[in-house]
Design a protein around this ligand. Sequence first.
Ligand SMILES: Cc1cc2nc3c(=O)[nH]c(=O)nc-3n(C[C@H](O)[C@H](O)[C@H](O)COP(=O)(O)OP(=O)(O)OC[C@H]3O[C@@H](n4cnc5c(N)ncnc54)[C@H](O)[C@@H]3O)c2cc1C
Length: 418
Amino acid sequence: MKFDTVIIGGGLSGLVCGIRLLQHGHRCAIVSSGQSALHFSSGSFDLLNALPDGEVVTNPQKSVKDLIRMSPCHPYAKLGGDKFCELAGESEAFLRGIGLSFQGDSMGNHYRITPMGTLKPTWLSTSDFAVSKSERELPWRKVSIFNIAGFLDFYPQFIADEFAKIGTKSDIHLFSLPGLDHLRRNPSELRSTNIARILDKESNKDELIRILGKAAPDSDAIIFPACFGLENANMLPALGRATGKPIYLIPTLPPSIIGIHTQQYMHDYFIHSGGVYMLGDTVKRADVEDNRVTKVYSYNHGNIPFSANNIVLATGSYFSQGLIATRSRVYEPVFDLDVSFNSDRKDWYNRNMFDSQNYQEFGVKTNETFNALRKGKVVENLYVSGAVLEGFNPVKEGSGAGVSILSALFIADKILSK
Ligand SMILES: Cc1cc2nc3c(=O)[nH]c(=O)nc-3n(C[C@H](O)[C@H](O)[C@H](O)COP(=O)(O)OP(=O)(O)OC[C@H]3O[C@@H](n4cnc5c(N)ncnc54)[C@H](O)[C@@H]3O)c2cc1C
């Protein structure tokens, strides 16, 4: 099977790279094992929330120079400050261009609201999300918070308590629907994905309008767990129009409806643009000759190889098995690429779980143009994109989606310029 480019891994990074290549007429395939980090994400994309020394970042474009000075191996350092700013703007245009609707930009982080009601900085949030420009106040004097009775992945009272600390009052409403009673018989079934399938049904619209009508007359907005929009994007706007109040979503604990929607939307966009997406297949090995990947083999295709002018490795980090950690080493399982990690295992982690963890920064080594290194040599047609890269800490810095999107666009442009 011959393609211009084969991408290994179909999460955020692989999909952004693939769609960009298809937009320019490339023949492109994605081989992807299964679910990606998006399925478990907040639904917001982080670009840069903090510097390695802990300083909070309010404007990623302004602070990237400090990051590059402190972290010379960081993927953003490989891009350089000017390219980072250019690609951040392009990322926003790219996502909106394919029809994903976001609020926020790289000139100033905004605050998303966690399922516990605390505020966290971020770059882009889906338009339906409840967000604030400031950490110290919310845009509403009073809100009405709704939750499904018995749903344990969303915490209205914690949210109300956190809101009260910064001057916003709340009234809380628990409700049920006949379809939800069926799920409630088994608590493990009452999860965001199953709830969304019921709330998205047009047949429940009138009952939902009646329930949301119980919001306090003096509340400025309705707050709802992010359990809409898996199969029906029209329900939330329709409810907003009918109740006469804006309805904003707050993410629940995983699985993430917004993340799953984003993954599915980009997957469909890739297919409709002419891409070949092989879901449920895993690349297991490759032939590398004269520092070029010549063939790639997957479990489902056995001895029938994929060949392409360019290969993009976008297999994610430990979570997606793009990196494997044993007791003595961290390795990359498909090509056995060079991986940076501390030789003494005691340096991998910090006993305080909430401190920065070194293992987060381990990853595949690359040159300045994100070509993989193997036995110290550059593999000319193999590019490395997203969470599998070395040199950044997505949790401490809040840079996960930013690295995945910006590296993907950079690599796609590099391939297209060949
Ligand atoms: C649980 C979790 C939550 C996160 N939440 C956020 C968030 O809210 N905001 C944020 O900005 N960042 C978040 N991140 C950071 C996240 O890493 C990035 O945002 C981004 O989604 C990573 O995308 P990726 O495509 O690089 O990797 P992934 O999303 O991990 O995708 C890699 C894909 O490659 C596939 N794969 C792996 N090996 C193979 C193989 N050999 N053959 C074929 N396919 C393979 C996997 O099945 C997977 O689908 C989160 C990360 C995790 C782990």
